[in-house]
Design a protein around this ligand. Sequence first.
Ligand SMILES: *[C@@H]1O[C@H](CO)[C@@H](O)[C@H](O)[C@H]1NC(C)=O
Ligand SMILES: *[C@@H]1O[C@H](CO)[C@@H](O)[C@H](O)[C@H]1NC(C)=O
Ligand SMILES: *[C@H]1O[C@H](CO)[C@@H](O)[C@H](O)[C@H]1NC(C)=O
Length: 437
Amino acid sequence: MEIDEKQIGEKIIEGKTKRVFHLKNESGLVYVLSKDRITAGDGAKAHEMKGKAKLSTQTNCAVFEFLNAVGIKTHFVSRVAKHCKDSEQAFVAKECAMIPIEWVTRRVATGSYLRRNPHVKEGYRFAPPKLETFFKDDENHDPFWSLETLIEAKLNCGGLVITETHVQEMLKITQLVFEVLERVWQTLNHALIDMKIEFGVVNGNEIVVADVIDNDSWRLWPGGDKRLMLDKQVYRNMDASKIDENAIAEVRSKFEIVAERTQKLFGSMIPQVSTSPQIGIILGSKTDLPHAEKIKSTLTSKYGINDVEIHVCSAHKSTEYALNVISRLMQWPTCQVIIACAGRSNGLGPVAAANTTVPVLNCPPMSDTAALQVDVWSSLRLPSGMGSPTIIGPENAALAAAQIIGNNSPFVWSKIRSQQAYTIVQMMHDDSRLNKA
Ligand SMILES: *[C@@H]1O[C@H](CO)[C@@H](O)[C@H](O)[C@H]1NC(C)=O
Ligand SMILES: *[C@@H]1O[C@H](CO)[C@@H](O)[C@H](O)[C@H]1NC(C)=O
Ligand SMILES: *[C@H]1O[C@H](CO)[C@@H](O)[C@H](O)[C@H]1NC(C)=O
């Protein structure tokens, strides 16, 4: 986004590592400017680290762009356009009332968890991840709050009173954010050990992931190896009396590695337009085109899968041509799923399944359920040696295909996961409203 210096209004708040300003002519938006400062132990330890603001902002922007792209509600709006002042250490966000809780997710027991639970050995693996909440209160060292404490506190944030349902919502989204980032880092074989996030309230009613997610927010162990830690622990572990320029330089080099890896990694995860198909849809007849278009548009709009090719080729009426189409699709190493749409007597799906190694999903295009009941047997009962499942309904076939793609794509996986999480959140709110009335 373009930001003119004159637009930056009065300061709303100044924290340990950032300052937040109003944007004069953009109502509802704020300008978040990072500082060159690294802190630990609730601010007890603090040092200037030149370049930290930039590294932190670049990491933060890459992470939030990814979260936004996969459908997670956040406060992040955009980076600041390159030629603007401070563009590398600031970003634009929705103004929110912060909820004063740190939401921590742990995959592996380490750090402060071990001090509070001395009988648990370091390395204990939590599945599902362990969720913990801490009240933000530097003077009292951010005390651990049980969920009951949090619910009973009835915190009022920007006009929204935090109920049990809101707490459950934030727990769901906290776990979602962790699992999404864990997937992404896993592609580099980096284990996400634990992380913390915060939430804010927009317009008095919408809860979004807010604050900053950067290198200070997580523990990251390349190859799952603690000795290679790339997080702020390096700084936390340093003897305060011995922190000199060299020590800060060591910490900075770790920050640089993470900032660079995060930028590259998260940026590369968001799909770009390409010309090689990930999914091929084959039709027994061109009359099935509207059905295929529905599968394709669902793949694009819900799962961000744009590379879909549609072909018409009947296995019965144009056998050789059908095999040609299938083998041309298979010549793309990117093609991971075929969806076969043929109604009466589906020969296309089984023929494709016998000729390829990728999953072939049958999605017979039928609106008439009576006809479907008879014809679907041609998709269900197959000769030996072909394992092509049948899915009724274009949206469900799109989801099944997306789930297959999601195994190799953290982006698609995250889209599916976030839709599932927000469906549950919606259900919880619907139920709570119903029972309040
Ligand atoms: C706000 O001001 C900036 C610079 O003065 C301008 O570029 C931008 O378009 C303005 N935005 C609105 C919503 O008027
Ligand atoms: C699939 O069909 C093509 C084209 O007819 C053929 O060359 C290929 O050998 C077949 N593959 C299998 C596994 O049957
Ligand atoms: C992340 O933390 C590591 C370890 O303290 C540090 O070296 C690195 O600079 C940090 N990176 C960012 C972008 O904050």
